[in-house]
Design a protein around this ligand. Sequence first.
Ligand SMILES: [Cu+2]
Length: 284
Amino acid sequence: MDSMRGMKGNTVLVNGVVSPVLKAKKSLLRLRLVNGSNARTYHLSFNDNRVFTIIGSDGGLLEHSIKANTLRLAPAERVEILVDVSDGGRPILQHAAAQESSSMGGMGMMGGMMNNERQDMDIFQIDASDTLKSTSSIPKNLVKHNNPQQSAVSKQRRLVLQMQMGPRMMLGGNAFSINGKTMDVNRIDEVVKAGSTEIWHLENTSMMPHPLHIHNVQFKVIARRGGVKGHELGFKDVVLVHPRERVSVIMKFPEFRDAKIPYMYHCHILEHEDRGMMGQFVVV
Ligand SMILES: [Cu+2]
């Protein structure tokens, strides 16, 4: 079960520490959160439901700061937030598991219980009881993005994320594939032109969500079910693709080219990439 869904432990570490407390001044705190878990997608909010400000994504600052009280962070995704603790509060950042199991397709209750799937978790606490008080304001506009242009798109590709049930899944073989192929280090799957702009359509036909990670480029999400929101408005290199969802991303590839040494794209649930859900592309 773990190698199919990805191992989800029952203890979360922050910088190697269980349930740490971050001593802070009464101020505006800037935090960069990296989901280093191999399989768990976090649904984060503070226990006092305080509003925070999202300012960055995988690839840097957003164009505009965004107020939120919850965010989703899939394996390997990064987000940057500002938390106002000038009130001297002691908020706890928490993961709400119910949010995740609702997106797990037909996997049901049993898998959930076996896999710590339904476990809510305290991630860490901020203790802003320190006396010094500083104030700062949050700018609305942060940076201007140089977005890849739809009019420059020279190629569109489809990556279909699949899983095979039955004996192959149960016996631990290569049960996860992209476009029907499992990872082969001796095969180049896609050839991309240096400096070109492309749209990739990521289609998940399996019953599990897959955080797809593409090396070498930063992309913009241009279409997904329910629209593009929050930190997904920024430049990204990982995007969560839900069961039966199609996510489209646009990207301009760097000018650097090398016909021999490939880059990878893969699911960032480690058990899935280990069992085949990875491909290779070269830039020429
Ligand atoms: Cu996956």
